[in-house]
Design a protein around this ligand. Structure first.
Ligand SMILES: [Zn+2]
Ligand SMILES: [Zn+2]
Length: 212
């Protein structure tokens, strides 16, 4: 297995550990599972350096980033349009306030649309997919059709667009862009993964958005 799902509990996001010579952790959850996550990462990749990719600004994905970056000595990367509130430590900008939490600043590097992340086992391209938040990204591997989708699209639904910087028209356009890629496997920010025929889930999501 080269993509390990570290399933979120409660409102915590799923996290994905992608193996290779240069492994990455996609999202960190709120931090509530910090020790369990560090244990799993250690089990899978040993003392190899792991970098962190954050799909978007929300606390349920980035709340654990600061502590995780320290534990792994990792670089943290995200899209510049969502990086600002994370760098500033904005509880409103990361929606930490909605969870009754305070968010502390994290040092992050920018990754733009088209940026390539090669772990050795997988080669992902960063896709800017605004709509759930303005700087949301997905990771897509063309060769395998693997899509790590953050909160843009789930196995059975789409991300909410009513939080700050959310926009339903952009969300629909982003999911259309993903559908055009004909993804095979879907690894979403919450809920179960889909293995095989993931493009059908994009169709269902678009039909749902078309009815709004
Ligand atoms: Zn989420
Ligand atoms: Zn979110």
């Amino acid at each position: 297995m080269t993509i390990h799902m570290l399933q979120g509990a409660g409102y915590d996001s799923n996290c994905y550990l992608v193996t290779g010579e240069r492994p990455i952790l996609v999202d960190t959850g709120t931090g509530i599972n910090h020790r369990r996550l560090v244990g799993r990462i250690d089990e899978v990749v040993g003392d190899r350096r792991v970098d962190i990719v954050l799909t978007h600004r929300h606390y349920d994905h980035v709340g654990g980033a600061r502590r995780m970056a320290e534990a792994l000595d990792a670089e943290v990367m995200m899209h510049p349009l969502d990086a600002a509130p994370v760098r500033e430590g904005s509880s409103e900008g990361t929606s930490a306030n909605i969870f009754g939490e305070v968010f502390e600043a994290v040092e992050v590097s920018d990754i733009e649309d088209g940026h390539v992340i090669d772990t050795g086992d997988h080669v992902f391209t960063v896709l800017h997919t605004p709509g759930h938040s303005v700087g949301g990204i997905c990771l897509y591997e063309g060769e395998t059709g693997i899509l790590i989708s953050g909160d843009t699209v789930f196995a059975d639904g789409v991300g909410r667009w009513d939080l700050p910087t959310g926009d339903v028209a952009s969300l629909a356009a982003s999911i259309r862009k993903l559908a055009d890629l004909h993804p095979v496997d879907l690894y979403p920010g919450h809920g179960p993964c889909v293995r095989g025929r993931a493009h059908e889930r994009m169709g269902i999501a678009l039909r749902y958005l078309g009815e709004i």
